[in-house]
Design a protein around this ligand. Sequence first.
Ligand code: L34
Length: 290
Amino acid sequence: MILLDGRALSKKIKEEIKAEVDTIRDNGGNIPHLAAVIVGDNPASESYVKNKVKSSDFVGFESTVIKKDANISEEELLEIVEGLNKNSDVDGFIVQLPLPRHIDPDKITLSIDPKKDVDGFHPYNFGSMAQGLEAYLPATPYGILLMLERYEIETEGKEVVVLGRSNIVGSPISILLARKGNPGNATVTITHSRTKDLDNILRKADIIIAAIGRNHFIKADQVKEGAVIIDVGINRIEDPSRKRGYRLVGDVDFDDVSSKASYITPVPGGVGPMTVTALMLNTLKASKLK
Ligand code: L34
């Protein structure tokens, strides 16, 4: 079993980005500037945005965090987005999800200028991605592609089973892996809460991508010997033995499944850091396009 070490790979890619930013700076070029909007105080979102700021600092980007109370109105948030769309200092920005219930996330996503949509969530970018046109790829799927690529995991002709059909992970990673290209050219099955006979579908998978947010959902008896396991789930479970009072576990029962897997991502330290690094790459791209 080979551990897909997202932390180490992220560091390597971020060092490459940092070298490029250093060159841009030496040549008097435009230093990439990422902005992040965070609403409310969801501890997971705060931790993720903190990691985005830390990575921005590491690679030499400028970063701005705009933090707002959970009771901000939809209108006010739309005004913030409009301000960022117009602010020529900012190359790309994100609005961290989830948003409070009274705000329609689709409305917010639609209001982001696709050129600054470094999350790749706007339908313009999603549609371009689906058609194989130039686009910002959504960060988590992009991070998974980078991982498969750098670890030289073959996807062509492979049976990929994706669990989950969200707009930000399940759906786009399915499209990307079925697309012509490398990574790509896979035979992809999307499964979800209404799927019948999931166990038999899973057992045929050469590559499993789990993004359903249910802790330890996948066990060894559902997995083929030698399968590649990509665990996108980051679930917090209570753990009084930890200082923080909780620990993070994936959608895959790592201890159970790892003995059967050829490659497997840990949680934490797997897909999460790759998501942040993919965002750095998109921001670098945005600043170059400008
Ligand atoms: N707009 N909302 C927007 N863009 C995104 O790309 C995200 N996502 C997802 C949630 N909402 C979003 C993220 O940023 C998930 N996500 C994300 C980002 C970073 C990490 C995990 C998920 C991450 O750094 N994970 C660490 C552990 C972090 C911790 O200790 O809490 C890891 O090692 O997995």
